[in-house]
Design a protein around this ligand. Sequence first.
Ligand SMILES: Nc1ncnc2c1ncn2[C@@H]1O[C@H](COP(=O)(O)OP(=O)(O)OP(=O)(O)O)[C@@H](O)[C@H]1O
Ligand SMILES: [Mg+2]
Length: 241
Amino acid sequence: MKPIAQLEGIRKTYYKPDGSVMVEALRGIDLTFMPGEYVAIMGSSGSGKSTLMNVLGCLDRPSDGRFLLGDRDVTSMNDEELSQFRGRTIGFIFQSFNLIPELSIVDNVATPLFYQKVPRAERTERAREALALVGLGDRLGHRPKELSGGQQQRVAIARALVTRPLVLMADEPTGNLDSATGRAILDVFEGLNQQGMTILMVTHDDSVAYRCKRVVRLADGLLEYDRPSPRMMGETLTAKA
Ligand SMILES: Nc1ncnc2c1ncn2[C@@H]1O[C@H](COP(=O)(O)OP(=O)(O)OP(=O)(O)O)[C@@H](O)[C@H]1O
Ligand SMILES: [Mg+2]
Protein backbone atom coordinates (compact mmCIF):
# COMPACT_ATOMS: atom_id res chain seq x y z
CA MET A 1 0.00 0.00 0.00
CA LYS A 2 1.29 3.44 -0.92
CA PRO A 3 1.18 6.39 1.49
CA ILE A 4 -1.55 8.95 0.97
CA ALA A 5 0.64 11.77 2.26
CA GLN A 6 4.31 12.07 3.09
CA LEU A 7 6.08 14.97 4.74
CA GLU A 8 9.87 15.13 4.73
CA GLY A 9 11.72 17.80 6.68
CA ILE A 10 8.80 20.21 6.57
CA ARG A 11 9.53 23.67 7.92
CA LYS A 12 7.39 26.76 8.05
CA THR A 13 8.88 30.07 9.02
CA TYR A 14 6.92 33.29 9.30
CA TYR A 15 8.90 36.43 8.60
CA LYS A 16 8.43 40.02 9.69
CA PRO A 17 7.90 42.64 6.97
CA ASP A 18 11.59 43.59 7.33
CA GLY A 19 12.59 40.00 6.43
CA SER A 20 13.71 38.94 9.89
CA VAL A 21 12.39 35.69 11.36
CA MET A 22 9.24 36.11 13.41
CA VAL A 23 8.25 32.51 14.23
CA GLU A 24 9.53 29.09 13.25
CA ALA A 25 6.11 27.44 13.37
CA LEU A 26 7.30 24.06 11.99
CA ARG A 27 10.94 23.09 12.49
CA GLY A 28 11.41 19.86 10.55
CA ILE A 29 8.47 17.46 10.46
CA ASP A 30 8.64 13.96 8.98
CA LEU A 31 5.33 12.10 8.81
CA THR A 32 3.70 9.43 6.68
CA PHE A 33 -0.05 8.83 6.46
CA MET A 34 -1.47 5.64 4.96
CA PRO A 35 -4.88 5.12 3.33
CA GLY A 36 -7.65 4.47 5.86
CA GLU A 37 -5.93 6.18 8.77
CA TYR A 38 -7.82 8.30 11.29
CA VAL A 39 -5.35 10.66 12.89
CA ALA A 40 -5.60 13.29 15.62
CA ILE A 41 -3.02 16.07 15.47
CA MET A 42 -2.56 17.44 18.97
CA GLY A 43 -0.38 19.90 20.84
CA SER A 44 -0.70 22.98 22.98
CA SER A 45 -1.76 26.35 21.58
CA GLY A 46 0.89 27.70 19.23
CA SER A 47 2.61 24.33 18.78
CA GLY A 48 2.02 24.42 15.00
CA LYS A 49 -1.11 22.27 14.51
CA SER A 50 -2.97 24.65 12.21
CA THR A 51 0.20 25.48 10.33
CA LEU A 52 0.76 21.76 9.72
CA MET A 53 -2.86 21.18 8.75
CA ASN A 54 -2.73 24.11 6.32
CA VAL A 55 0.36 22.63 4.69
CA LEU A 56 -1.29 19.19 4.53
CA GLY A 57 -4.43 20.78 3.08
CA CYS A 58 -2.41 22.70 0.46
CA LEU A 59 -3.82 25.94 1.85
CA ASP A 60 -0.29 27.07 2.58
CA ARG A 61 3.16 26.13 1.35
CA PRO A 62 6.03 24.98 3.54
CA SER A 63 9.16 27.13 3.64
CA ASP A 64 11.29 24.03 3.22
CA GLY A 65 10.98 20.25 2.85
CA ARG A 66 9.10 17.92 0.58
CA PHE A 67 5.39 17.11 0.63
CA LEU A 68 3.96 14.26 -1.43
CA LEU A 69 0.19 13.91 -1.64
CA GLY A 70 -1.14 10.87 -3.43
CA ASP A 71 1.53 10.28 -6.05
CA ARG A 72 2.28 13.95 -6.64
CA ASP A 73 5.00 16.22 -5.30
CA VAL A 74 3.00 19.20 -4.09
CA THR A 75 6.04 21.35 -3.36
CA SER A 76 6.89 21.54 -7.06
CA MET A 77 3.44 22.66 -8.24
CA ASN A 78 2.64 26.23 -9.23
CA ASP A 79 -0.32 28.03 -7.63
CA GLU A 80 -2.78 27.16 -10.40
CA GLU A 81 -1.85 23.46 -10.39
CA LEU A 82 -1.92 23.38 -6.61
CA SER A 83 -5.41 24.84 -6.34
CA GLN A 84 -6.75 22.42 -9.00
CA PHE A 85 -5.08 19.49 -7.28
CA ARG A 86 -6.32 20.57 -3.86
CA GLY A 87 -9.90 20.74 -5.14
CA ARG A 88 -9.77 17.20 -6.48
CA THR A 89 -7.84 15.60 -3.64
CA ILE A 90 -8.75 17.19 -0.32
CA GLY A 91 -11.97 17.78 1.55
CA PHE A 92 -11.25 20.46 4.16
CA ILE A 93 -13.48 21.23 7.16
CA PHE A 94 -13.02 24.37 9.22
CA GLN A 95 -13.86 25.06 12.85
CA SER A 96 -16.25 27.84 11.81
CA PHE A 97 -18.14 25.90 9.09
CA ASN A 98 -17.56 28.65 6.45
CA LEU A 99 -20.93 28.18 4.74
CA ILE A 100 -22.34 30.79 2.36
CA PRO A 101 -25.36 32.32 4.18
CA GLU A 102 -27.27 33.30 1.03
CA LEU A 103 -27.24 29.80 -0.45
CA SER A 104 -29.46 26.86 0.43
CA ILE A 105 -27.58 23.98 1.97
CA VAL A 106 -27.81 21.88 -1.19
CA ASP A 107 -26.23 24.76 -3.14
CA ASN A 108 -23.58 25.21 -0.45
CA VAL A 109 -22.64 21.55 -0.77
CA ALA A 110 -22.69 21.68 -4.59
CA THR A 111 -20.37 24.73 -4.77
CA PRO A 112 -17.03 22.87 -5.10
CA LEU A 113 -18.46 20.95 -8.07
CA PHE A 114 -19.26 24.23 -9.80
CA TYR A 115 -15.55 25.01 -9.79
CA GLN A 116 -14.88 21.58 -11.23
CA LYS A 117 -17.30 22.36 -14.07
CA VAL A 118 -19.61 19.47 -13.21
CA PRO A 119 -23.00 19.96 -14.98
CA ARG A 120 -25.77 21.43 -12.82
CA ALA A 121 -28.02 18.36 -12.65
CA GLU A 122 -25.13 16.17 -11.53
CA ARG A 123 -24.00 18.78 -9.00
CA THR A 124 -27.41 18.76 -7.34
CA GLU A 125 -27.64 14.99 -7.38
CA ARG A 126 -24.23 14.56 -5.79
CA ALA A 127 -24.95 17.29 -3.20
CA ARG A 128 -28.16 15.46 -2.23
CA GLU A 129 -26.24 12.20 -1.87
CA ALA A 130 -23.58 13.85 0.30
CA LEU A 131 -26.22 15.47 2.51
CA ALA A 132 -28.02 12.15 2.89
CA LEU A 133 -24.73 10.60 4.00
CA VAL A 134 -24.48 13.05 6.92
CA GLY A 135 -28.16 12.66 7.81
CA LEU A 136 -29.45 15.93 6.35
CA GLY A 137 -31.28 14.62 3.30
CA ASP A 138 -34.48 16.32 4.47
CA ARG A 139 -33.02 19.85 4.81
CA LEU A 140 -31.96 20.58 1.26
CA GLY A 141 -33.74 23.92 0.79
CA HIS A 142 -32.84 25.40 4.18
CA ARG A 143 -30.40 28.25 4.68
CA PRO A 144 -27.43 27.70 7.02
CA LYS A 145 -28.83 30.03 9.71
CA GLU A 146 -31.92 27.83 10.02
CA LEU A 147 -29.75 24.95 11.18
CA SER A 148 -28.05 24.22 14.50
CA GLY A 149 -24.27 24.41 14.82
CA GLY A 150 -23.94 20.64 14.57
CA GLN A 151 -26.15 20.53 11.50
CA GLN A 152 -24.13 23.32 9.90
CA GLN A 153 -20.95 21.38 10.54
CA ARG A 154 -22.56 18.33 8.91
CA VAL A 155 -23.30 20.50 5.86
CA ALA A 156 -19.63 21.46 5.82
CA ILE A 157 -18.69 17.77 5.97
CA ALA A 158 -21.03 17.03 3.08
CA ARG A 159 -19.43 19.87 1.12
CA ALA A 160 -16.00 18.39 1.84
CA LEU A 161 -17.16 14.95 0.68
CA VAL A 162 -18.99 15.96 -2.46
CA THR A 163 -15.83 16.04 -4.57
CA ARG A 164 -15.03 12.44 -3.48
CA PRO A 165 -11.68 13.47 -2.04
CA LEU A 166 -8.76 11.20 -1.31
CA VAL A 167 -8.55 12.49 2.25
CA LEU A 168 -10.66 14.52 4.68
CA MET A 169 -8.86 17.13 6.75
CA ALA A 170 -10.33 19.15 9.58
CA ASP A 171 -8.99 21.83 11.92
CA GLU A 172 -10.82 21.63 15.27
CA PRO A 173 -14.09 20.49 13.61
CA THR A 174 -15.83 20.15 16.97
CA GLY A 175 -14.24 23.26 18.49
CA ASN A 176 -17.37 25.42 18.14
CA LEU A 177 -19.81 22.72 19.22
CA ASP A 178 -21.09 21.59 22.60
CA SER A 179 -19.82 18.16 23.59
CA ALA A 180 -22.96 16.18 22.66
CA THR A 181 -23.07 17.81 19.22
CA GLY A 182 -19.34 17.26 18.87
CA ARG A 183 -19.80 13.57 19.58
CA ALA A 184 -22.42 13.37 16.83
CA ILE A 185 -19.91 14.87 14.38
CA LEU A 186 -17.33 12.30 15.51
CA ASP A 187 -19.92 9.58 14.83
CA VAL A 188 -20.09 10.85 11.25
CA PHE A 189 -16.29 10.79 10.94
CA GLU A 190 -16.10 7.33 12.43
CA GLY A 191 -18.67 6.02 9.93
CA LEU A 192 -16.74 7.58 7.05
CA ASN A 193 -13.48 6.11 8.30
CA GLN A 194 -15.08 2.67 8.60
CA GLN A 195 -16.03 3.00 4.94
CA GLY A 196 -12.35 3.61 4.17
CA MET A 197 -12.03 7.40 4.23
CA THR A 198 -8.69 8.71 5.46
CA ILE A 199 -9.21 11.45 8.06
CA LEU A 200 -6.65 13.85 9.52
CA MET A 201 -7.96 16.10 12.25
CA VAL A 202 -6.55 18.78 14.53
CA THR A 203 -7.89 18.72 18.06
CA HIS A 204 -6.76 19.82 21.50
CA ASP A 205 -9.38 17.61 23.14
CA ASP A 206 -8.23 14.26 24.61
CA SER A 207 -11.71 12.77 24.30
CA VAL A 208 -11.74 13.58 20.58
CA ALA A 209 -8.25 12.16 20.03
CA TYR A 210 -9.27 9.04 21.95
CA ARG A 211 -11.73 8.17 19.20
CA CYS A 212 -9.10 8.43 16.45
CA LYS A 213 -6.72 5.58 15.67
CA ARG A 214 -3.42 7.44 15.81
CA VAL A 215 -2.26 10.49 17.70
CA VAL A 216 0.49 12.78 16.46
CA ARG A 217 1.54 15.39 19.00
CA LEU A 218 3.47 18.55 18.22
CA ALA A 219 5.47 20.64 20.66
CA ASP A 220 7.02 23.90 19.59
CA GLY A 221 7.03 23.05 15.88
CA LEU A 222 8.49 19.55 16.31
CA LEU A 223 7.00 16.09 16.61
CA GLU A 224 6.69 15.21 20.28
CA TYR A 225 5.22 11.76 19.69
CA ASP A 226 3.38 9.66 17.14
CA ARG A 227 1.55 6.62 18.47
CA PRO A 228 -1.69 4.63 18.43
CA SER A 229 -4.56 6.36 20.22
CA PRO A 230 -5.30 5.29 23.82
CA ARG A 231 -8.41 3.51 22.52
CA MET A 232 -6.32 1.44 20.10
CA MET A 233 -4.11 0.55 23.05
CA GLY A 234 -7.16 -0.73 24.90
CA GLU A 235 -7.21 2.04 27.49
CA THR A 236 -10.51 3.46 28.63
CA LEU A 237 -11.19 7.15 28.41
CA THR A 238 -12.02 7.54 32.11
CA ALA A 239 -8.79 5.83 33.12
CA LYS A 240 -6.94 8.26 30.85
CA ALA A 241 -8.72 11.39 32.09
N1 LIG B 1 0.25 34.01 9.52
C1 LIG B 1 1.10 33.97 10.56
N2 LIG B 1 2.06 34.91 10.71
C2 LIG B 1 2.94 34.87 11.72
N3 LIG B 1 2.96 33.92 12.66
C3 LIG B 1 2.04 32.95 12.58
C4 LIG B 1 1.05 32.93 11.53
N4 LIG B 1 0.26 31.84 11.71
C5 LIG B 1 0.72 31.23 12.82
N5 LIG B 1 1.78 31.88 13.33
C6 LIG B 1 2.58 31.48 14.53
O1 LIG B 1 3.04 30.15 14.34
C7 LIG B 1 2.95 29.41 15.54
C8 LIG B 1 2.07 28.20 15.34
O2 LIG B 1 0.73 28.64 15.10
P1 LIG B 1 -0.47 27.65 14.82
O3 LIG B 1 -1.63 28.47 14.43
O4 LIG B 1 -0.04 26.61 13.87
O5 LIG B 1 -0.70 26.99 16.26
P2 LIG B 1 -1.81 25.96 16.76
O6 LIG B 1 -1.09 24.79 17.31
O7 LIG B 1 -2.81 25.73 15.68
O8 LIG B 1 -2.46 26.78 17.97
P3 LIG B 1 -4.01 26.83 18.48
O9 LIG B 1 -4.20 25.59 19.33
O10 LIG B 1 -4.04 28.07 19.33
O11 LIG B 1 -4.91 26.90 17.30
C9 LIG B 1 2.44 30.38 16.61
O12 LIG B 1 3.51 30.90 17.29
C10 LIG B 1 1.76 31.45 15.80
O13 LIG B 1 1.77 32.68 16.47
MG1 LIG C 1 -4.88 26.19 15.47
